[in-house]
Design a protein around this ligand. Structure first.
Ligand code: NAD
Ligand code: MG
Length: 393
């Protein structure tokens, strides 16, 4: 078998590390062309020892210098590049056939979109790319013939539960609706007052999944589900009313497809991101992922409606999707800024939803025809949100 040549964008993050864990389980099946990170020097050097990529990119110059020195001292001949343009170079290099897009936030957009334009097999974890530029990204995939495999566990579940030849036509496939499951996050049973007073440590303590800090806060606010609703809209060409959310605290059912004949097909498993990662990496083959088998004996699975009063971010995302245009890009950028400020301890948890609502009120409805328009909205939303949070600490 010729190995698949892989670039891992965001290799030092949670998804990146899980990806390399799957790679290590299949010697000869994958070859690592490039690994990228931002600031985590030790972890990158460790990954270089284990995976011997040809190129490393660190988006921060100082980190790139440090990695370069450390690799040279160990006699590892690996080229180290720095900066955002280098991310795009390694996601479009002719040697590469698969790109794991696992940078967090809109920072991942340029390299992920470039991989789409270059016709790569894209393993998409970076949901923010679809939220900001869904139409442009999906058009690029269609134009280049890129292959798109969802890594987000819900979308991966839906991908598995849809017919293999599904091309976005719900009627032709007899699909009524997509059901995204949500764990409800660490604040599922808390009162609105307790949620408003929650600390960063409480917000990142997710009951079922180990994830990066930003997506953990998104899970606590249900913004993660909101971003996933928008992600599903683009990945599967769904109308907003065809996307449903159900809270399922055990995170065993990863999502479901409801068909016209009353069938509901769910994908289940132990909550471990190596399952969707291995599914996408091996596709269409199923490969070992190191995940413990699901034991359902004596387990209770429960389902409840989401509460958009205590979790307004979910509603804001549905509203932004309905508004269309630049609204999802504004929502995403405002959320990124507010989550970062919350994690810094500068603003309370409920300032996240308030500042997103403020940004949408001020900026939604702006131009959204080109990528530049959307990036301009992203930029303005960051400014407006910073300013709002400085006035409402
Ligand atoms: P993480 O914070 O653990 O890792 C983020 C990675 O991105 C790191 O490698 C970091 O170095 C890199 N990075 C951060 N800022 C960067 C920048 N400005 N430029 C270049 N690189 C940068 O995050 P994660 O949990 O691995 O999530 C990554 C993506 O996958 C997110 O979009 C998230 O929504 C999505 N996702 C994650 C999970 C999960 O279980 N962790 C599940 C579904 C989807
Ligand atoms: Mg998810």
């Amino acid at each position: 078998m010729t190995p698949r040549v892989l670039t891992v964008l965001g290799a030092t993050g949670t998804i990146g590390m899980n990806t390399l864990d799957v790679v290590a389980r299949h010697p000869g099946r994958f070859e690592v062309f490039a690994l990228t990170g931002a600031t985590q020097v030790d972890r990158m050097v460790e990954q270089c020892r284990a995976h011997r990529p040809r190129v490393v990119v660190m988006s921060e110059q100082a980190a790139a210098r440090a990695v370069r020195e450390r690799l040279a001292a160990e006699g590892l001949k690996i080229e180290v590049r720095a900066g955002a343009d280098a991310l795009t170079e390694v996601s479009t290099a002719p040697e590469v056939d698969s790109v794991m897009a696992a940078i967090v936030g809109a920072a991942g957009l340029p390299a992920t979109l470039a991989a789409a334009r270059a016709g790569k097999r894209i393993l998409l974890a970076n949901k923010e790319t679809l939220v900001v530029s869904g139409q442009i990204f999906m058009d690029a995939v269609a134009a280049s013939g890129a292959e798109l495999l969802p890594i987000d566990s819900e979308h991966n579940a839906i991908f598995q539960a849809l017919p293999r030849d599904f091309r976005g036509d719900f009627q032709a496939a007899g699909v009524n609706a997509l059901w995204l499951t949500a764990s409800g996050g660490p604040f599922r049973t808390l009162s609105a007052e307790a949620i408003a007073a929650a600390t960063p440590a409480q917000a990142v303590a997710h009951p079922n999944w180990v994830m990066g800090r930003k997506i953990s806060v998104d899970s606590a606010s249900l913004m993660n589900k909101g971003l996933e609703v928008i992600e599903a809209r683009w990945l599967f060409n769904a109308r907003p009313d065809q996307i449903k959310v159900v809270v399922h605290p055990q995170s065993i059912v990863h999502s479901m497809v409801e068909y016209a004949d009353g069938s509901v097909i769910a994908q289940m498993g132990t909550p471990d991101m190596r399952t969707p990662i291995a599914y996408a990496m091996g596709f269409p083959e199923r490969i070992e992922a190191g995940v413990s088998a699901l034991d359902l004996m004596g387990r209770e699975l429960t389902f409840e409606a989401p509460d958009t009063t205590r979790f307004p971010c979910l509603q804001l995302a549905f509203d932004a999707l309905a508004a269309g245009g630049n609204a999802p890009a504004v929502l995403n950028a405002a959320n990124e800024v507010a989550v970062a400020r919350f994690l810094d301890g500068a603003v309370p948890f409920d300032a996240i939803a308030a500042s997103i609502a403020h940004a949408l009120d001020n900026l939604a409805g702006g131009a959204a025809d080109t990528l530049d328009d959307l990036l301009e909205s992203d930029c303005r939303a960051r400014y407006v949100t910073d300013e709002y949070l400085a006035r409402h600490p």
